[in-house]
Design a protein around this ligand. Structure first.
Ligand SMILES: [Zn+2]
Length: 1079
């Protein structure tokens, strides 16, 4: 073999392009190397087709809690049958199929029977099936669909997988073969009509474009892959790097040799092997190349299709692991493992073997890759609790890496929750999508609001689905922001969302790049844990990022699909209530607690990072709404049934409050002093209104000219006929001290509409320029005073937006409560509620509730970082304060917020059209409140008011007697028989401490309850917790309910002291003593 000729006169561009054309799949295939991959091929003529779908495709049937049997909704009891789950008939029921014949439509399922007859002349050769149906497909060995073999995917040409190895050395007995292909009529990214994120074209037809068998020349492929890497180096290494030129001349030389001689490929490959044998220096950056396929639990397709995407992708990974022992694949989401276990049991058994040998690596520790902003703190905790439990039960091991590469920002409370779930590492990359500012690190310590830290890695390639090319590895090093501090990075490669993960070609390229002069070192056979162990050794060099990881994009997802968000919050509250009641029934009546896991699973699935944010197609949103509604209905009945246990016939009612806020019930009684309200304290239960403190409070509503005056002891509010507040006077105990809460010339409770057309990501993005297109016009319909205390206004913002508001005051509080019904048929509009707060302090920072605490964000626009946060996420309240005074906006249904200068704006509704053309169309019930206050928001009780505002579920008052009815006089004796008056299950001495969850313990611990507290005000707190539960000991634990620290402590007089640092979450096991009846 001749030496490489390095001509002085070579034109770089023509040389490189010549070699590329030699490898091209498109050009000169008749004479190039690619064209030699398959020596011989033959069309398959014996194809049979069977349409497995009912005429009209429907949304998934997944999981649907049976609303007729509310007590049992365990996963195993779901009778879920995805539409694709069918019995395939004998092939006699199939019809002959000719290539190109259309079948469909979108999201339907078709089976093909393929009879393969390999010509005798091909014996001993490697034979492949080549198949392209322009869609996703699974190859099954048998008609009974027990043994999945491998996935194929087409439709998206850049992530094609069209080949299945029938045999590497075909023997006589393998010459004939039957296969069953299950074809799903969608591609990797659904079936968007005329664009990926457009609503699906439900009428799209598909066709098999290619069905062949062919003899594969593996030697040619090896050389082809060598050349891919060498050309990659010639193209991507810096031009002043001699290796760049070595690579170019070698590649060119090989083309010459291949074209002009009949040299054996094995001889030619000696040249490439010599080139690859030149080793790297020891200091080269190390790249941990890990296979991955990010599969969205639902997005541009339904949950049902995701089950198949998981099954198809993961069995394909099993095939690769059999072929390549050095191949490592990371995979998250307990829910997806559960699906594969349920629907692909044989594949799951194989996966388990590869988990054991370390090739298939479960990561993440959560049930799904959830949204990182919107779920409650307790919902975050359950993601980890039920996720980690699953991984432990199935694979004998918990995860120590949280994996969330694709959500739209990350709550500043996540580091603590991760730590409490035994996780100290975190991988994501989504912040690379930020529009305005570049995040300054790829490796750093992330510190949460309580001071907890986790070690974070962003793969510097800014992707979780690379191709493992030379360019990918060089980009990984080039972009790395922590050069000199960190000496290894992760590169995630493989096609996601049904593309089936990595391909053999990717692995082969990776193998060639292991240790080659000029390239970073690529390791394939080490795990993600090995990576973090290496990074941890360099931890001392890394910077710390404190607070949230805010994504400067996709901030419309705090608002889109408002109904899903409203229901999500309601289910979170109902689960809190029902679990508290479970604990009461267990403690006092010996009733075994109901297993709530499956209800949590159903909720947590809806918190997936394309469902709760509202970025999925309409079919998914129908599923989510149905599943959430089922949960609401079921949980309400279960709560009512639990309460019914606690009262007997004759008791007029059962009133229950699982929250940290006081709840006031209006009685039908009136006194000369005003309406009478009964106050139900936090964490308490009673069978009678008469057990509660009753007090008369006056609220007056009067009309003065064009204005309405709504007034109580604390506040005087002036409203116009649109419910818009022009004056809000906050009283103090001193007659003179009255404060105007509305900025001069400003208003509050003003509904404003903005034009809302993003650049591309419709459901996802609101852009900064929407603030310039502000519309405030309203058409008056009516304004009525009802019950002497409620102002009802009705108006139109446009012909496609009508609003009805019921405005009242919370009894004896400076809280203006607004229940707002919006009939919304807009296109690309953004509806908000604005408050101009009379705050004069400069250098303002606004405060927003997040999970178990709050964050401060700038209310000014000093820097690009400040301005980029023009729309942010909050939980139940946001506050703008100066010394001694502030204004809070509380909400029960929304998450989008912005505070700029003095203007506070709660985002109410959006109207994007992609990927769901009907997003948010219809009637919405929204609920928010405006609460000006003296002092700090902590001192003013904003936290408790916001919690109480969210407690909107009236049927807790069980049975029979509605809250407004007069309570009959109590029958003392009967009451004593059952609930002894008012039971406060917990009394907390410090208002900064919120008891957020009371539940039966997991882990099979009988007669044990779990309580979870957090510090909500942002400072260290000591709190005495007094409980009425019959408890004889307590023990701190983590959120996985594993014991932490000191052994069992005795309770002294039913109380114990807890100490928390700012925003700390603490969980305790309370061991119940013998059952004590509530008598
Ligand atoms: Zn995703």
């Amino acid at each position: 073999m001749s030496e490489v000729v390095a001509s002085l006169t070579k034109n770089r561009r023509t040389t490189l392009e010549r070699v590329e054309k030699f490898l091209s799949k498109e050009y000169f295939v008749d004479v190039n190397l690619y064209g030699r991959l398959y020596r011989q091929s033959q069309d398959i003529t014996d194809i049979l087709h069977w349409n497995a779908s009912s005429p009209s495709p429907s949304p998934s049937t997944l999981p649907h809690p049976d609303t007729t049997d509310h007590a049992s909704t365990c996963s195993s009891e779901h009778t879920h049958q995805p539409a694709w789950k069918v019995s395939v008939p004998e092939k006699e029921h199939f019809a002959p199929y000719k290539l190109g014949e259309p079948f469909g439509p979108t999201f339907s399922t078709h089976f093909f029977h393929v009879a393969i007859a390999i010509p005798p002349a091909w014996l001993g050769g490697e034979v492949h099936l080549l198949w392209d149906s322009g869609s996703e497909a699974m190859i099954w060995r048998d008609r009974a669909l027990t043994e999945p073999l491998q996935a194929l995917s087409g439709g998206v040409d850049f992530q094609m997988r069209d080949c299945f190895v029938l045999g590497k050395k075909i023997e006589e007995c393998e010459r004939t073969r039957e296969l069953w292909l299950e074809v799903a009529c969608n591609d990797l990214f659904g079936a968007g009509a005329g664009g990926m994120i457009n609503p699906p074209d439900m009428g799209r037809m598909f066709a098999v474009k290619k069905a062949k068998i062919a003899v594969f020349d593996r030697e040619v492929w090896e050389l082809f892959t060598d050349l891919e890497v060498i050309v990659g180096m010639a193209k991507s290494l810096p031009e002043n790097d001699p290796r760049n030129h070595d690579a170019m001349y070698l590649a060119n030389h090989i083309v010459n040799v291949m074209k002009t001689t009949d040299a054996k490929i094995s001889e030619v490959r000696k040249l490439t092997q010599t080139f690859f044998s030149r080793k790297n220096g020891d200091s080269q950056h190390k790249i941990f190349a890990l296979g991955h396929c990010h599969i969205d639990c639902a997005w541009l397709w339904t949950y049902d299709e995701t089950i198949r995407k998981c099954g198809r992708s993961w069995i394909t990974m099993v095939r690769l692991m059999e072929e390549y022992p050095d191949f490592r694949f990371v995979c998250s989401s307990a829910q997806q493992f559960q699906w594969v276990k349920d629907y692909y049991p044989l594949a799951y058994d194989q996966i388990k073997k590869f988990v054991k040998n370390g090739q298939f690596i479960p990561v993440g520790g959560t049930w799904v890759e959830m949204d990182g902003n919107l779920p409650s703190g307790e919902a975050f905790i359950r993601q980890f609790l039920y996720g980690q439990k699953f991984f432990e039960e199935e694979f004998g091991k918990r995860c120590d890496i949280f994996w969330l590469p694709d959500t739209f920002g990350y709550s500043a409370q996540l580091p603590q929750i991760m730590r409490l779930a035994g996780i100290k590492f975190f991988l994501t990359q989504k912040l690379s999508w930020s529009l305005t500012n570049q995040f300054p690190h790829h490796n750093f310590l992330w510190r949460g609001i309580d001071g907890s830290e986790v070690l974070v890695h962003f793969p510097p390639g800014d992707s979780y689905g690379m191709d493992l090319t030379v360019a990918d590895t060089l980009k990984t090093v080039d972009k790395l922001k922590d050069k000199g501090r960190a000496h290894q990075s992760v590169l995630l490669y493989g096609y996601g969302d049904g593309g089936g993960g990595p391909t053999p070609a990717m692995i082969e390229r990776g193998r060639r790049m292991r240790d080659v002069d000029g390239l970073p070192k690529v390791v394939l056979n080490e795990s993600i844990s090995d990576f973090f162990a290496a990074l941890e050794k360099e931890q001392a060099n890394l910077n710390t990022w404190s607070g949230e990881l805010y994504l400067e994009l996709h901030n419309g997802t705090y608002t889109t699909q408002g109904e899903i968000k409203r229901k999500n919050r309601l289910v979170q509250n109902l689960l809190r209530d029902v679990e508290f009641l479970d604990a009461v029934l267990m403690a006092f009546y010996g009733i075994p607690p109901v297993d709530r896991k499956s209800q949590w699973h159903d909720l947590m699935l809806q918190q997936f990072h394309d469902v709760l944010p509202g970025s999925s197609i309409g079919l998914v949103n129908q599923d989510a709404n149905r599943i959430l509604s089922g949960l609401i209905e079921g949980l309400q009945v279960e709560c009512a049934a639990a309460l019914a246990h606690l009262v007997e016939n004759g008791d007029e009612t059962a009133l229950f409050n699982a929250t940290a806020g006081e709840i006031r019930f209006k009685s039908a009684d009136t006194s000369s002093l005003g309406n009478v309200f009964h106050t139900l304290p936090p964490y308490s239960l009673t069978s009678s209104f008469n057990r509660l403190t009753a007090q008369a409070y006056t609220t007056s509503l009067t009309q003065q000219g064009e204005y309405f005056i709504l007034e109580n002891r604390q506040i005087v509010v002036t409203l116009d006929k649109f419910g818009q507040i022009s004056s809000m006077l906050l009283n103090s105990g001193y007659a003179q001290a009255v404060r105007q809460c509305i900025a001069p010339g400003g208003t509050a409770n003003s509904l404003v509409m903005f034009d809302d057309v993003p650049l591309y990501w419709d459901a996802w993005d609101c852009m900064d320029y929407h603030l310039e297109a502000r519309m405030i016009e309203k058409n008056f319909v009516r304004a009525d005073m009802v019950d002497g205390s409620v102002l009802v206004v009705e108006f139109q913002m446009s012909s496609a937006c009508s609003v009805l508001q019921k405005i009242s005051l919370v009894p004896d509080a400076a809280v203006v409560l607004v229940n707002c019904t919006v009939n919304w048929k807009e296109k690309h509009k953004f509806l908000k509620m604005e408050v101009d707060a009379n705050i004069t302090s400069e250098n303002r920072r606004a405060t927003y509730e997040i999970q178990h605490g709050y964050v401060e964000r700038p209310a000014h626009r000093n820097t690009s970082w400040d301005w980029a946060k023009f729309e942010v996420c909050c939980q139940r309240w946001a506050d703008l304060s100066e010394h001694g005074f502030g204004v809070s906006v509380l909400n029960a249904t929304n998450h989008g917020f912005s505070i700029r200068e003095r203007k506070m704006a709660l985002s109410l509704l959006r109207a994007p059209k992609c990927p769901d053309a009907d997003a948010d169309m219809g009637v919405h019930e929204l609920r928010y409140a405006i609460m000006p206050h003296w002092g700090t928001f902590q001192d003013a009780g904003v936290v408790q008011q916001a919690i109480a505002l969210n407690d909107t579920w009236d049927p807790r008052i069980a049975p029979l007697i509605p809250p407004n009815s007069a309570a009959p006089p109590p029958n003392e004796q009967q009451t004593e028989e059952h609930l002894s008056g008012l039971i406060q299950f917990f009394t907390l001495s410090n208002p900064a401490v919120v008891l957020d969850a009371v539940k039966a313990a997991e882990n099979g611990m009988s007669r044990t309850i779990v309580i979870r507290l957090y510090e909500a005000y942002g400072g260290a707190a000591t709190c005495r917790v007094v409980t009425r539960f019959p408890v004889n000991g307590f023990q701190e634990c983590d959120i996985l309910e594993d014991v932490v620290g000191a052994p069992l402590k005795e309770l002294s007089d039913s109380s114990f002291i807890v100490q928390l640092r700012a925003f700390e979450i603490k969980t305790y096991l309370l061991f119940l003593s013998d059952e004590i009846k509530l008598k």
